[in-house]
Design a protein around this ligand. Sequence first.
Ligand code: SF4
Length: 349
Amino acid sequence: MSARAGNGSAGGASALLEVHGLRKYFPVLGGILNRAVAWVQAVDDIDFDVLPGEVLGIVGESGCGKSTTARLLMHLIRADAGRIAFDGEPVRPEDAAGLRELRRQMQMVFQDSYSSLNPRLPIEDTIMFGPKVHGVSAAEARERARELFSLVGLDPAQFIRRYPHELSGGQRQRVNIARALALEPRLLILDEAVSALDKSVEAQVLNLLLTLRRELGLTYIFISHDLNVVQYMSDRVLVMYLGKVVEIGPTAEIYQRMQHPYTEALLSAMPSMDPDRRTETPPLVGDPPNPIDPPPGCRFHTRCRFAEDVCRRAEPPLGPAAGEAAGPDHLVACHMRVAASGHSLAPAG
Ligand code: SF4
């Protein structure tokens, strides 16, 4: 089902981005003919949407499919199945002009601030590159680069002719944000964009992103392994496990009234200085199963303390979460926690 009740809209607002049934399996090559002998199920049939102006956080352990999802949305890699619509228009991978326009409207900021910039070019030229490719004159592109430098808190007079190696990590990530904004996109995908920064610099860049979102009306998909940062940034949170969406909902509901046992275990490991936030939930144990051969039924059943027979047999659909406190936008993929399932949660054994 759609990751939001009401088929991609909430309260009458149309989604900016809609994703249905997105799937990507990567081949594992082997044998003398170097053919696919197995498939890594990186992203498997996921649905979600993003409303204009919101920040959707995506969390999950390493290898859960967060970054593959980002690359699929940007069409940096081709999906095996699924539909993506931007601003109500279906995106067609074979439509080169349509993809070019999509990449103008959707930009990405990566974790590695250095490799995203050309080391041989002054950063002004890097920022001017995108607008020039899209037909903006050199003079206009230069003017725009200076405006963007000011917007991300860098003094153009001091920085604009520098090379990437002459900047700190935080300054480089500000340049990457400026580069991403150069084509006036509507949606930014931030893939671990602050993870490599020192904590004090990270806070500055996060606040810059929130200011830019407010001032420019931007929409973000914010991918991070840092649950505190996702909570600070996001309006809604999507939790992934082994290529699947297991829970999605408003941030406050996910962090205070999470329903999926995986979300619960993930959040129980979240560092907190607040003694009232200590949790009795045991943290996750063991590694996620091999994505080449995920467990049948619920993919989390091998690590779930509530697993029952049905969990090993049937894959739980993503559906409205049970409980009076759960809002209509809170969806979960768990036999015991989905509304009207007839099951209830109790530790096994
Ligand atoms: Fe655990 Fe079963 Fe729910 Fe999966 S469906 S999270 S195994 S209780």
